[in-house]
Design a protein around this ligand. Structure first.
Ligand SMILES: [Zn+2]
Ligand SMILES: [Zn+2]
Length: 253
C-alpha cells in the first residue's frame, strides 16, 4: 500500500465518517444535499424574516402599517449601550429548532448555515458603514465550563463563519469570567443583575484596544431576546472604545 493510496483512502474514509455523524441532508426537511450544505434552498427561503416595519433599536416587528422609523414600546424607555440590534429571523419553530440543535445538540456543522442567514442583516443600509470600514466581529462570550460542556461557543462559531463570508475580522474581545445561571426564565432586569461583573475584556481584546485600530464593533449572538446579554457586553466595550457598537443576531427571540 503506497502512501498516496493510503492518504486518499483515508480521506474518503474520514469523509464517510463525517457523513455518518452529520448526514449531508437538510436539517429541517431531510432532503439530501451536497457541497457541505445542511439547509435546502426551499427551507431556507421559507424561514420567516424580520422585515419592515420593525423597531429601529431591537428589530421587533410591528404588526400593521407604519411607514416611518419607529421604536417599539419596550425600547422607548431603555437606554442601550449599542446603536441598534439587527436580527434576521423571526422566532419560528424552524428557527428555534435550528438554534437549539446547534447549541445543545452539538451540531457545529450548522454554524455556516446560521452565519449565511446572519449575513443577510448586512443588506440593512445601517450596516453599510460597518462593512466599508471593516468593523470587528465580536462574539458574545461563553464561560469556559459551559463551553467545555457544549464543545464550542455558538456565537464564536457563527462569528467566525460570518467573518469568512463578509471578509471582516473576528476577535474574541470579551471573556465571561463568572458562570451565570441560565437566563431563560428571567426578566430583562433580572438578566442584567445576573450578568453584572460576569463579562470582561480578554487579554487579546486588551491588545486589540491598545493597538488603537478599533473602528467599530459588531457584537454577534445567536438570539436576541431581551437584549440584556448584548447590553452588558456593549457597556464593557463602550468604556474602552469609541461609540461604534452594533449588534447582529440570527434570531429575534
Ligand atoms: Zn429542507
Ligand atoms: Zn424595540
Amino acid at each position: 500500500m503506497n502512501r498516496a493510496y493510503f492518504s486518499s483512502r483515508w480521506q474518503s474514509i474520514s469523509a464517510r465518517l463525517l457523513d455518518m455523524v452529520y448526514p449531508p441532508s437538510c436539517e429541517l426537511c431531510e432532503a439530501p444535499l451536497v457541497g457541505g450544505r445542511y439547509l435546502c434552498e426551499d427551507c431556507r427561503r421559507k424561514l420567516p424574516r424580520v422585515a419592515t416595519p420593525f423597531c429601529q433599536k431591537c428589530g421587533e416587528m410591528f404588526e400593521g402599517n407604519i411607514s416611518t422609523a419607529f421604536l417599539c414600546p419596550n425600547c422607548t424607555d431603555l437606554d442601550y449601550a449599542f446603536s441598534f440590534a439587527r436580527p434576521v429571523l423571526l422566532s419560528s419553530d424552524a428557527a428555534r429548532h435550528l438554534v437549539h440543535i446547534f447549541k445543545y445538540g452539538r451540531a457545529i456543522h450548522l454554524a455556516r448555515e446560521l452565519a449565511l442567514l446572519a449575513a443577510e442583516a448586512f443588506d440593512d443600509p445601517r450596516l453599510q458603514r460597518a462593512l466599508a470600514e471593516k468593523w470587528t466581529l465580536v462574539p458574545v462570550p461563553l464561560h469556559w465550563a459551559r463551553k467545555q460542556h457544549r464543545h464550542f461557543n455558538q456565537s464564536e462559531e457563527i462569528a467566525r463563519h460570518l467573518g469568512e463570508i463578509l471578509g471582516l475580522p473576528m476577535i474574541p474581545v470579551l471573556n465571561r469570567v463568572r458562570a451565570t445561571p441560565t437566563q431563560t426564565n428571567l426578566s430583562r432586569k433580572q438578566r442584567l443583575q445576573n450578568l453584572r461583573g460576569a463579562i470582561q475584556i480578554s487579554a487579546r481584546g486588551r491588545r486589540w484596544i491598545e493597538g488603537g485600530k478599533a473602528q467599530g464593533v459588531i457584537l454577534i449572538d445567536d438570539v436576541f431576546t431581551t437584549g440584556a446579554t448584548v447590553q452588558e457586553c456593549a457597556e464593557i466595550l463602550r468604556k474602552n472604545l469609541p461609540e461604534n457598537i452594533v449588534v447582529v443576531t440570527v434570531v429575534r427571540g
